[in-house]
Design a protein around this ligand. Structure first.
Ligand SMILES: [Ca+2]
Length: 513
């Protein structure tokens, strides 16, 4: 941030001390830091409310382009803030993609370098998390959200940590927002900046919608199934991972609802999902209303996002274990003082960029443990670009590399040793339905994108992993490139054999180096 002459400070002792401290700790000096003493800066810092949905599809907020879903309160946020159309989750090392996603978000670290210390004896995080950083900067911090498949050691570092173990249902849907509303009403709330991480498990299954919300989607108001829905994944030979393939999945809570579902049942499940979102939207609205009523909204940054997306028979898949747009692109909206209203941005960002962005917006130095990038400059600069492409990974099976037009997906198929490649022109084919990878005219592009993907993974720390013990075992599930070169193309025999083979998550596999 350049220092303008209008903002030059008087050179007080405290300012000089701050400069010395900043130099010693490699903290960039900006206008804010020079213009204010630490106490003054703290007193003026905006509050932060992070609202994180769970398994929300990128197309399921009304104001972001879905005329079928009723989310008036999230629509209000969209109209009052900046929406990012290209926000991606970097992927997952396990089928429970919520866990690494939330860990990346809380630590601002890449998928390949997140802490994996859920079971540490001292139960403390091994990387700095949002709560610790903001507490040190003078914030009162509050976690209200899911306890499973999140970064629990990080959540526990909040001044107040309230895990919610139950399903969001008509009976208990108000419990969590009630606690946030009560928190906002506590005496003195306006005197100290606060950070609320509101991250309940909605609209994650099991889906238990309120009948009143269900009624909104009856008859002609029922939403259409995704335009790229299919009964099974035509090209996914052998890729019947747990939760993933509609045809292959046979158990678990989601399987009861989704597996081999007739169209009528599929439509009913989607209606339930929409109705749960509408119920969730009402509860988010209560919190936003309380911010308005108390006047706190004027000095509060509100971020809304989801930890991952969700397939609803898109490509013949369910859940979120693919790297298609439905699974790894998420809604992201930012509202707050000085942030434009009703604007959109196309810049490529990762969900894990949110932490450095928030720190940037409230002038808290970004610690060196944070690896991701602040996109705060994009708030007031629609042409701001930091990344020209996105790299994502799902366990050892999938890698993708995407620019603003083309998307490459690489698959390593368990057991067969086969690999499979997809290339989509997102400009002509945004639903990723026409695979161009075998077209001779695209051969050069495919090869170049494979090389770029490999390089991107390396830059994110994928191939250099010094971990030991349990962490080494966990991250060994990320090995992809070590076998890529040795694998063969998917043959007709593979296709014939593997569609019926059900490969479960924890089956030992032979993935020699
Ligand atoms: Ca999730």
């Amino acid at each position: 941030m350049p220092i303008s002459s209008a903002c030059l400070p008087r050179w007080t002792g405290s300012a000089l001390a701050l400069i010395a401290f900043s130099l010693a700790h490699c903290i960039p000096l900006g206008t804010e830091a020079l213009a204010k003493t630490p106490n003054e800066a703290t007193a003026r810092k905006p509050n932060i409310l992070l609202i994180l949905a769970d398994d929300l599809r990128p197309d399921c907020v009304g104001a972001l382009g879905n005329p079928h879903i009723k989310t008036p309160n999230l629509d209000r946020l969209v109209k009052q803030g900046v929406s990012f159309r290209n926000c991606f989750v970097m992927g997952s090392h396990c089928t429970a993609v919520c866990t690494p996603s939330r860990t990346m978000l809380m630590t601002g670290r890449n998928l390949f370098t997140i802490p994996l210390d859920e079971g540490r004896p001292d139960n403390k995080p091994s990387a700095q998390v949002d709560f610790q950083i903001l507490r040190a900067a003078g914030y009162d911090t509050f976690y209200m959200g899911k306890s499973g498949n999140t970064y629990n050691p990080g959540c526990r570092t909040a001044d107040r940590c309230e895990f919610f173990h139950e399903t969001f249902s008509p009976k208990n849907k108000e419990i969590c927002p009630d606690k946030v509303v009560q928190y906002l009403r506590e005496p003195g709330r306006a005197e100290k900046p606060f950070y609320i991480n509101f991250a309940i498990s909605v609209p994650h299954d099991p889906l238990d919608p309120d009948p009143q919300d269900l009624a909104l989607y009856k008859g002609d108001n029922a939403p259409p199934l995704p335009a790229n829905e299919a009964a099974s994944h035509a090209d996914f030979a052998g890729f019947n991972l747990r939760d993933t393939n509609c045809r292959g999945f046979g158990g678990g809570t989601a399987g009861i609802v989704f597996s081999n579902a007739a169209e009528e049942k599929r439509r009913a499940a989607l209606v339930s999902y929409y109705a749960v979102m509408t119920g969730y939207d009402k509860q988010v609205g209560r919190i936003l209303d309380e911010l308005d009523r108390t006047g706190l909204a004027q000095n509060t940054i509100v971020v809304f996002a989801s930890d991952n997306g969700l397939s609803f028979w898109d490509h013949g898949l369910i859940h979120k274990q693919s790297l298609y747009e439905s699974d790894n692109r998420v809604p992201l909206v930012v509202r707050g003082p000085g942030i434009p209203k009703g604007e959109t941005r196309d810049a490529f960002v990762y969900l894990s960029d949110v932490l450095p962005t928030l720190l940037d917006l409230v002038s808290v130095p970004i610690p060196p443990t944070v690896e991701t990038k602040s996109f705060a400059p994009a708030m007031n600069n629609s042409s701001w670009v930091y990344r020209k492409n996105i790299y994502m990974a799902y366990r050892r099976e999938i890698r993708t590399f995407r620019d603003d037009r083309y998307k490459l997906l690489l698959y390593n198929v368990p057991y067969s040793g086969a690999r499979y490649t997809q290339l989509f022109d997102l400009e002509a084919d945004p639903l990723e339905q026409k695979n161009l990878a075998k077209e001779p005219s695209q051969a050069g592009r495919v090869q170049q994108m494979i090389e770029s993907a490999r390089k991107a993974g390396k830059e994110l720390g994928e191939e250099e992993n010094p971990r030991t013990g349990a962490q080494k075992v966990l991250m060994s599930k990320m090995r992809f490139w070590t076998t890529w070169d040795k694998r063969h193309e998917l043959t007709p025999e593979d296709k014939q054999h593997f569609p019926e083979k059900y490969v479960i998550d924890n089956t030992p596999e032979e993935w020699g180096d």
